[in-house]
Structures are given as structure tokens and as C-alpha cells.
Design a protein around this ligand. Structure first.
Ligand code: XIL
Length: 368
């Protein structure tokens, strides 16, 4: 294994060689003092990021970003008021064997957050993806599976009780057409849809202070999928199930139009007296042959970031706005979407793109 020290030395050396402002996005004058996203944000509004580690990072030729990249940690602490473990609280990571938990990295993130006065979004407890093999391939009875889920939620949520602001309890439980995932979601398939309410009840018992969310992609607009959430959440609330929030991941792409009705969609959930949030914003694009985004692409990307933030800022209950990583070199996008990339707000040397400045000035306008 490469030593962390030599990697840091390498990063530092590269950073020194790279010009500081690669694009025509000169930093607006701030009268000398450096503003950050978190310092520009209105009071009580949490601007967050995913904390890189686990998942696709384990296949990449760099050491764990969160623990090994000093500059990364500095920017993480300076710019953000909220953090979400990108993979480190997912089942496959935190519960790798039936009778073994791996809390090390999640503990470290929660500790880091406390030291830096950041809140934490927990992600995630009931999902069809990134489950360990022992779970997906195990031959369990319904009663056993139910107990496995109850024990997991009680253990993980209980361990961080009082330190997690929002939990994505259920992630991506509907398909784009608004049908429950009854085949690929092991919990719904084996235990029926009622298990979703139980997951919320168990989480609430384990941490009565945490706000409990449904989270999904392609729910930025009013559409079949967000309608399905709207109907389900209404029913669950009427039945007294502790559901507190609905969030849109917002993995956007310049290849698709901007979801113009985002604000309207968030507002209808807010009108159900729910908290709302943007949880995983990134804006990917099809890269030109040379791999470098054009100035027009960067401008359009900034516009998408800014419009997403503005929509959230305009909805009374939208107080948490998280981007899915902040530097391109650690983004999941090029690994999952062929030919696409440049989806975050910073270049590999942490210099800022137009999208970063668009977020900061939008926050500052509201924060002032
Ligand atoms: C992604 C991570 O960014 C990757 O590191 C991992 O390999 C796969 O998952 N929706 C979610 C996130 O809820 O957890 C996903 O994160 C992206 C899509």
C-alpha cells in the first residue's frame, strides 16, 4: 500500500504546479476576507457535502480521502456545516458480517463533525442497494429478516443518537413509474410494504430527536414517483408513523432540462408539515473529447446548482442542502456514468468552479 504521507506529498507537489484559477470565473472581490459556503449561509440553513470513502473509492488508485487527504479535510471543515457519509453508514460497509459491525469510519466522521460544529445526515437504513452478501444471499425466514432489520436499525441509530440531525431511513423505495420496489428491495419483497413503517418506528425509538426522511432520485419534479411518495407519506402520517421529511437527491445532468417545478414540488411536501431537503446534488455533463468542460457547460452547470439552491431557499422547511462531493477527483460520476464527469463544484486542485461561486453568492444574498 502507498503510504498516506507520500500521497499527500504528491498532492501538494501537484497543487503547487497547477495555476490557481484555471477558468474565467475569477473570484468576486470579498473585501479581503475569505467567505466560505457555510459562513455565507443564512442562520439555521445547513450547507452540506458527502464525505468521500467506501463504495467506488475502494476501487480507485488513491487512499481513503477522508482519512488521508489533508487538504480535503481542511476544505471539508471550512466550507460545510453538514456532512453525510457517502458510503460509511450503508449496510455493506457498517455491517459486513451478520455478527460484526464496522463502526470505525462512521465514528470518525461523527467525531469530525462535532469538532467542526457540523451536523450529520445519516445515510441509509432500508435500501435495495449496497447490502452485504450475507444478507442478500442468506436464507432467512421472514421472522429472522425482520429481527435482523430491527436489530440493525436499533444498533446503528442508537449508537449515534443525539448526533444525527436527519436520517435517510428509507432510500429509493419506488421505481420511476411510482411502483414500490417489490422485487429488488429485499425488505419489501420478503416482508411486505408494512416493513417501511416499522423501520421508521424503530429508528424513532432509537433516536427520538433525529428527523426521519424518505430520500430518492428523480423526485425533483412533480411526477409519478414523487406522487407515490406524497400519497404514501400522507397515509403514514395519518397512521401516526414518525415520518418527518422528504428529500430529493438531485443527481442532475446537463443532458436533461432543469426540473423547473422543484420549488413547487418541495412546497407541497412542506405543506404536509414535512421537512424537505436536497441531499445529493451534483450536475454531470457529457465531456468533450479532451475531457475538459467548455465555458458554456460550466456556466450552465453553475446555473443548475444555483437554481436548485434557490428553490430550496424559497421553501420554508428546506433547511438542509447537500452536494454529493465537492471535488471532481473523488466524484462517483465518471465511475457510474460513462463519458460524463466534472459534476462537482471544484477542480481536482480544489480551485473553485463557477458553480461554487454561484452557490456562495446565492447563500450570501439570503444570509445577509
Ligand atoms: C453512491 C456513492 O457515491 C458511491 O461511492 C457508491 O459506489 C455508490 O453509491 N443514490 C444514493 C447514494 O443514495 O448513496 C449513491 O452513492 C448515489 C445514488
Amino acid at each position: 500500500m502507498r503510504s498516506a504521507r507520500s500521497v499527500i506529498a504528491l498532492f501538494t507537489a501537484v497543487a503547487l504546479l497547477v495555476p490557481l484559477t484555471p477558468v474565467a470565473s475569477a473570484e468576486p472581490a470579498t473585501g479581503g476576507h475569505q467567505q466560505t459556503l457555510r459562513s455565507a449561509a443564512p442562520r439555521g440553513f445547513h450547507i452540506g457535502t458527502a464525505v468521500a470513502g467506501g463504495g467506488h473509492h475502494e476501487e480507485q488508485p488513491y487512499p481513503d480521502p477522508f482519512t488521508s487527504d489533508r487538504k480535503y479535510r481542511q476544505v471539508l471543515a471550512a466550507e460545510f456545516g453538514s456532512v453525510s457519509p457517502e458510503n460509511q453508514m450503508k449496510w455493506e460497509y457498517i455491517h459486513p458480517e451478520r455478527n460484526r459491525y464496522n463502526f470505525g469510519m462512521a465514528d470518525a466522521i461523527v467525531r469530525f463533525a462535532k469538532q467542526n460544529r457540523q451536523v450529520v445526515r445519516g445515510h441509509t437504513l432500508l435500501w435495495h442497494s449496497q447490502n452485504p452478501e450475507w444478507l442478500e444471499q442468506g436464507k432467512f425466514t421472514a421472522a429472522e429478516l425482520r429481527e435482523i432489520l430491527r436489530e440493525h436499525i436499533t444498533t446503528v441509530v442508537g449508537r449515534y443518537a443525539g448526533r444525527i440531525q436527519q436520517w435517510d431511513v428509507a432510500n429509493e423505495i419506488f421505481t420511476d413509474s411510482g411502483a414500490l420496489r417489490t422485487t429488488d428491495n429485499i425488505w419489501i419483497r420478503e416482508l411486505g410494504p408494512g416493513i417501511v413503517a416499522d423501520a421508521f418506528r424503530w429508528a424513532h425509538q432509537a433516536d427520538p430527536k433525529a428527523k426521519l426522511f424518505f430520500n430518492d432520485y428523480n423526485v425533483e419534479s412533480v411526477n409519478a414517483k414523487s406522487d407515490a411518495y406524497y400519497a404514501l407519506i400522507k397515509d403514514l402520517r395519518a397512521a401516526g408513523v414518525p415520518v418527518h421529511g422528504f428529500s430529493a437527491q438531485a443527481h442532475l445532468s446537463l443532458d436533461y432540462g432543469f426540473p423547473d417545478d422543484l420549488e413547487r414540488n418541495l412546497r407541497r411536501f412542506a405543506d404536509l408539515r414535512l421537512e424537505t431537503a436536497i441531499t445529493e446534488l451534483d450536475v454531470r455533463m457529457t465531456l468533450p473529447a479532451n475531457g475538459v468542460p467548455t465555458a458554456a457547460q460550466l456556466q450552465q452547470q453553475a446555473d443548475y446548482y444555483q437554481r436548485t439552491l434557490s428553490a430550496c431557499l424559497k421553501v420554508r422547511t428546506c433547511k438542509s442542502f447537500t452536494i454529493w462531493g465537492f471535488v471532481d477527483k473523488y466524484s462517483w460520476v465518471p465511475v457510474f456514468f460513462q463519458g460524463q464527469g466534472a459534476a462537482t463544484v471544484m477542480w481536482n486542485d480544489f480551485t473553485r468552479k463557477p458553480a461554487y461561486y454561484a452557490l456562495r453568492s446565492t447563500l450570501a444574498k439570503r444570509g445577509a
